[in-house]
Design a protein around this ligand. Structure first.
Ligand code: ADP
Ligand code: MG
Length: 930
């Protein structure tokens, strides 16, 4: 379609034949500086994230067309798209269905003979196409030929008009690149620009950054870049692509390998006791560990005993017994004299873990505490979740004022001299909706363009940095004389009763920044005028390229706006890795440290819990541990590298064990979790009954019901699960209630109970307890059941509208049954006739192995965001494909790992060239490679 958007504007097209500049362009140079690309094209390129010469040359074709020789026009239809060239012999515009229009262009092939069929190209409702195509022109089209009546037609083909013979050598008579394009930037323009740049940029400015082991022959990066755009043959194109994919993967794996190495050469502490306590625990268990559990515990134990911090992923299917392994690890740490923390993604799961841990560990004399927003038990208060801005204090909070981590200034708690007028800042102009894990680009403006002095700008930057990593992740800040740009991602504040995380709200964050800075600025300037405008302009970042664009905009703003000269410094720009960032942040941290309450002062070590269970929010509470030796993170995909880094950045670093019940395909493990060592529990406890899964149409509900009843009569228990009807919990609760009434009738006289997210936790716990004791026969539930529920006698599950769930989630749900010795049954009800739905559900009928489900899921869906690529903190791929290029990823990984093994600090001369892959490319320094 992008072809069709081609404007008649010809600027930029003469590019290929333009005169050469005096000196060859540099690869890092911005396209603007080249002086031959018109402004509108520069802007269009920017929309594609292309700013520099290198960006454009690495804007790789999404496919190529063989235009060396065009085939004869087809006489039959085909499913394969073909590329044809012909002359327009007739055009027409017809109306149909009232206002709709069809534009048709009839093409004739060159050297047409008596047998030739004309080709009819058709476009529906695209009025501009008719302005671009005229009789007598030669055009190239790409699409699938279809038989329509007696005519061969192509509907909505991509097309390109052959304008003049001079540039035929670029656009035709060759294997021609087709690019991802955008409005205002046609294929032809893009292609011409790339062509010209390739001619002008000196070959030696492309640095080949592949180790020998990955080189295929002696293709250089320069040759590969040339060939990916304008290949002489398909073989050459393939070789070039392989080179570039390997380079990309290699750079990524070098980054990952450096993270790994960074962790492994850091000095940490050994956190491992003798194992006597662990043995006592294992003896008390009513079952034997599986071989896989024993193997994995041994791996973890080795890491705990080692002097460097552990960074390990524990993978294992639902029900494979990860909790026991986690407990074993924590006991080893406790025995070694350290605290251990277990963090769960939701409150329900945290409570579940807490109950399990208490049951098993209290008899051994281990002190376990639960820390969540809603519940605090055992050993008294910790200043954990001070919802300062929310107003509710933590029940039983100590006399120690929590001016500590994470709290934006609390206007109520501050002395009156610093009190600010809150009402001044309206919250009206903030987004109507905020997204979990949303990133925002925000501009705060000063009132009446009030100019911020140097000192005032210091205050603003410092204040914004002050809450970095406490309330939000910060990607960039720029304090201009009369406005401020920030790029932020609010962090988790706490968990709601529903178990979902609640994020710091953008309005609260901004409000606090504004009021805090306003007070301080007015104080030093002895003024009382308002500092900030009431509005803030904000934008949700919707894509990686959007993020990049905003990032560049913000970090370059002072230079682009001309308030500082190029090459000069502007000290109020901050981004992760900016040279003064660390210094500045450290300064802020110190300031705050002064006001911290020392945890030791609050309680004596003797009463301190040895194991703390909580939600991921525990992570943001650095003061709550006096002696953290091991953090176990029970993960859903949301826990990213950044959060992990926060843990490992502590001094001294604790050991970290991440547990996931969502197996992911191997290739993704190599990237997303590439910096972790992986332990896998690949064996189920032996006592498990088989699970039979069946997909049934809703019309078969009657049959399913009678089956369920026979199971209930045999004493089994049942889960009925249905999807959220709506995102809002209110509706969810209502739907649940209606469903519940229905099910009570259907299953009469068996006893049903209802659970959903709106039922208060204590009540929910009672319902679960009754079910566990067998007093209730069936549980009608939303997906709150997904996590952690463990009732061995419940061996039947019916899932309504199963097609609405993802495969991974269905697999998780199904993991609730098959936990006892009974044969278990999972019925997936669906009303969807769609092929992809039945294909999806069919996977579950075939296998109950989580890894196989994950692979199939990936096949069907492709690596979506769900798999957490966004959280992996790795650069987006420009050419490689994680799925189809898996074999190249493996090679790149092996090469990167062996380089770091031989030379962990990249000190040897031949490795110098690789340093910039890690340091410069990703704007981040690592302590081992700096
Ligand atoms: P996961 O967290 O991996 O989904 P859990 O740790 O919750 O699995 O274990 C599921 C159930 O299996 C629990 O009731 C646990 O007590 C039990 N279990 C764990 N290991 C074994 C084993 N080796 N043999 C029998 N049962 C086990
Ligand atoms: Mg579990």
């Amino acid at each position: 379609m992008s072809e069709a958007l081609e404007e008649k504007v010809r600027d930029g097209e003469g590019a290929a034949t333009g005169t050469r500049g005096a000196c060859a362009p540099q690869i890092s140079q911005s396209l603007e500086e080249l002086n031959w690309i018109p402004r509108p094209k520069i802007l269009a390129l920017r929309r594609l994230g292309i700013e520099s010469v290198e960006d454009l040359l690495t804007h790789f074709p999404r496919r190529h067309e063989d235009r060396t020789e065009f085939p004869r026009f087809p006489r039959e239809e085909s499913d394969v798209a073909v590329c044809l060239c012909g002359e327009v012999i007739q055009t027409s515009l017809r109306r149909f269905g009232g206002w709709k229009k069809i534009f048709e262009a009839t093409l004739q092939e060159s050297q047409a003979n008596a047998l030739s069929e004309p080709l009819v190209c058709r476009w529906f409702n695209l009025h501009y196409v008719q302005k671009m195509i005229a009789t007598g022109q030669r055009i190239v089209v790409f699409g699938k030929p279809r038989l329509r009546g007696k005519r061969i037609c192509m509907d909505h083909p991509e097309f390109e008009v052959i304008e003049n013979d001079e540039e035929i050598s670029i656009h035709f008579r060759r294997i021609t690149p087709i690019y991802p394009a955008t409005e205002g930037l046609s294929q032809r323009v893009l292609r011409s620009m790339v062509y010209r740049l390739l001619n002008e940029v000196a070959d030696h400015s492309f640095e080949t950054l592949l180790p020998r082991a990955l080189m295929n022959g002696d293709m250089t990066r320069a040759a590969a870049v040339h060939a990916i755009h304008f290949p002489e043959s398909w073989e050459e194109r393939d070789a070039a692509r392989e080179h570039l994919v390997l380079s990309e993967f290699f750079a990524m794996q070098m980054l990952i390998a450096s993270r790994r190495t960074d962790a492994s050469i850091r000095t940490g502490q050994a956190h491992c006791g003798s194992g006597a306590l662990l043995d006592k625990f294992l003896e008390s268990l009513p079952f034997e560990l599986t071989g896989a559990q024993r193997k994995v515990i041994a791996e973890i134990r080795r890491d705990l005993a080692a002097g460097h911090p552990m960074n390990r992923l524990l993978q294992g299917d639902v029900g494979s017994g990860k909790t026991v392994v986690a407990i074993a690890a924590m006991l080893l740490a406790v025995e070694g004299g350290y605290q251990a923390a277990l963090m769960a993604p939701t409150q329900i799961l945290a409570e579940q873990h807490y109950d399990v841990l208490r049951r098993w560990l209290e008899p051994l004399g281990v002190r376990v505490a639960l820390r969540t927003a809603a519940r605090q038990e055992e050993s008294g208060p910790l200043p954990l979740f001070n919802l300062v801005s929310g107003g509710e204090g933590v029940p039983g909070s100590t006399g120690c004022q929590p001016v500590v981590s994470g709290s934006l200034p609390d206007t109520r708690a501050r002395p009156t001299s610093e009190r600010v007028d809150e009402s001044r800042y309206s919250r009206r102009n903030l987004p109507h909706f905020e997204r979990p894990w949303g990133k925002y680009a925000i501009t705060l403006s000063t009132r009446n363009h009030r100019q911020l002095s140097d000192k005032a700008r210091d205050i603003v930057l410092e204040s914004i940095l002050r809450w970095k990593d406490r309330r939000y992740e910060l990607y960039a800040v720029c304090v201009m004389p009369d406005h401020v740009h920030v790029l932020i991602e609010p962090m988790i504040e706490r968990d709601a009763d529903s178990g979902n995380p609640v994020f710091f709200s953008l309005s609260k964050i901004l409000h606090s920044i504004k009021s805090f800075t306003a007070t301080r600025i007015n104080k030093i300037e002895n003024q009382s005028d308002p500092v900030w405008e009431t509005e803030s302009f904000d934008r949700l970042i919707r894509s990686e390229s959007d993020l990049q664009e905003k990032f560049h905009y913000i970090t370059r703003n002072p230079w682009d706006a001309g308030i500082v000269d190029r090459g000069k410094d502007y000290r109020w720009v901050w981004y992760p890795g900016s040279y003064k960032a660390e210094e500045f942040a450290a300064g802020c941290r110190e300031q705050q440290a002064g006001s911290l309450c020392s945890p030791d002062a609050m309680r004596s070590a003797r009463d301190e819990p040895q194991i703390i269970v909580g939600t991921h929010a525990l992570l943001y509470e650095s003061v709550s541990f006096s002696n953290l030796g091991l953090a176990v993170i029970d993960e859903q995909h949301k826990f990213g590298v950044a959060q992990r880094a926060r843990l490992t950045a502590r001094e001294p670093a604790p050991d970290v064990l991440v547990m996931t019940a969502t197996p992911i395909p191997r290739t993704l493990t190599m990237t997303i979790y590439g910096d972790l060592d992986v332990s896998t529990i690949d064996e189920m406890p032996r006592n498990r009954g088989k699970i039979v899964t069946a997909v049934r149409d809703t019309t078969k509900l009657g049959e399913a019901l009678s089956f369920l009843r026979t199971q209930l009569e045999r004493g089994r228990q049942l889960y009925v699960i249905y999807p959220l009807i709506d995102e809002t919990e209110k509706l969810d609760a209502k739907a649940a209630a209606t469903e519940y009434e229905l099910w009570r009738e259907r299953l009469h006289p068996f006893r049903c109970e209802l659970v959903h997210g709106r039922i208060p936790p204590p009540e929910k716990q009672q319902i679960m307890e009754r079910f566990r004791r067998g007093e209730t026969n069936a549980l009608i539930s939303t997906t709150v059941l997904e996590v952690g529920v463990d009732v061995p006698n419940a061996s039947v599950m019916l899932i309504e509208n199963a097609e609405r769930f993802g495969l991974a989630q269905l697999h998780q749900l199904r993991g609730r049954i098959g936990r006892g010795e009974h044969k278990s049954y999972c019925i997936l009800l669906t009303s969807s006739q769609a092929k992809d739905a039945s294909e999806k559900l069919g996977v579950l009928e075939k296998t109950s192995n989580g890894f196989e489900v994950a692979e199939a899921d990936w096949e069907l869906r492709g690596p979506g965001d769900l798999l957490g690529t966004a959280q992996s903190g790795l650069p987006a791929l420009k050419i490689g494909n994680l799925k189809t290029d898996a074999h190249l990823m493996r090679r790149a990984r092996t090469a990167a790992i062996s380089i770091f093994q031989a030379d962990p600090r990249l000190e040897s001369p031949e490795n110098q060239r690789f340093r910039r892959l890690i340091v410069e490319k990703h704007g981040r320094t690592f302590s081992n490679v700096s």
